[in-house]
Write a protein that binds this ligand. Structure first.
Ligand code: 13P
Ligand code: SF4
Length: 302
């Protein structure tokens, strides 16, 4: 184990590379990352890094976004097949139809989406900034893609706007079971329930806090409570326990696991650093056209 970590460190220096990781990847990978965060933090931090090469330990929309924002850099994915199912759950034809149907419409695209969807959207959001950004938009009508659960959460926070919903969802969060959350609450009544807004509305309703993975970690750190039920992908446990050794974290009996995030391993990181394989490419036209929505997010989230 020591060997592979040493190897990655050495390769990182040789190749002038930096490692970014999402909270959902394996703890072993989080341990060797230079930056760990939620989707918003990772897209912000990707801009302005000194290193020439970014190894993105996450799913494809994350590496793609990093490349779109930093075209002069080399972005490498440890596993090219690590993809987010939700990223594909909207379509350009429907976007066009909504633009024809509604006047004064903004197409708001959750960052968990393909570059093609971003290309046809007005602004990107993440779970950390969606409410703020939708509020800041001048438009009355909002077509929110791809996630239906996040859209409903945002709509509730921004009642002055009219939302058009889309049927996308995260399979990991959508399959979380309210009964299991209630059961955990019964077993540990002194807990607060901290939930990602990709969860079904019924789970959000019984939660004490709703927010991004970073938001959940921050909340758990500052809350007076000592025990929490965490309703998001179980990779966040690593940072929660590391930052709060005196607190306890429970998950539902069926632990939510994103198989795609777990495809990232130390061996694959070393391999792409060594070979330069799995480089992210985006055609220049798609890059320029999808960059607008991402840059607008970074601007409006300030
Ligand atoms: P965050 O915005 O918390 O990073 O969530 C990303 C994600 O993929 C949730 O499933
Ligand atoms: Fe996509 Fe869900 Fe995995 Fe997040 S947890 S990357 S939304 S499939």
């Amino acid at each position: 184990k020591m060997d592979i970590i040493e190897k990655i460190k050495k390769l990182k220096e040789e190749k002038n590379a930096v490692i970014l990781a999402h909270y959902y990847v394996e703890p072993k990978v989080q341990e060797i990352a230079d930056y760990i965060g939620d989707s918003f933090y990772l897209s912000k931090i990707a801009v302005g890094l000194q290193e020439q090469t970014i190894v993105f330990c996450g799913v494809s929309f994350m590496g793609e976004s990093a490349k779109i924002l930093n075209p002069q850099k080399t972005v490498l994915m440890p596993d090219m097949s690590a993809d987010c199912a939700m990223a594909h759950m909207a379509d350009v034809e429907t976007i066009r139809k909504m633009r024809d149907t509604y006047e004064d419409l903004a197409v708001v695209c959750y960052i968990n989406s393909t570059a093609e969807l971003k290309q046809h959207s007005d602004v990107c959001v993440t779970s950390a900034n969606a409410v703020k950004i939708v509020k800041a938009l001048p438009n009355k009508n909002i077509f929110f893609i791809p996630d239906n659960n996040l859209a409903h959460y945002v709509a509730e926070q921004v009642p002055e706007k009219h939302f058009v919903f889309n049927k996308g969802f995260c399979p990991v969060h959508e399959n979380m079971c309210l009964e299991e959350v209630l059961k955990a609450k019964e077993e540990h009544p002194e807990t607060e329930v901290l939930t990602h807004p990709e969860c079904p509305e019924a789970i959000c309703k019984i939660s004490d806090y709703i927010g991004s993975t970073s938001g959940i970690i921050r909340y758990a750190g500052t809350s007076e409570k000592k025990e929490f039920i965490i309703c998001t992908e179980s990779g966040v446990r690593f940072q929660l326990e590391k930052e709060n050794p005196d607190k306890k974290f429970y998950f539902t009996k069926t632990e939510p696991v994103c198989r795609d995030m777990k495809l990232v391993t130390l061996e694959k990181i070393a391999h792409v650093l060594e070979t330069g394989e799995n480089e992210v490419h985006v055609t220049e036209k798609l890059r320029i056209e999808s960059e607008k929505a991402l840059s607008k997010m970074l601007e409006l989230a300030k």
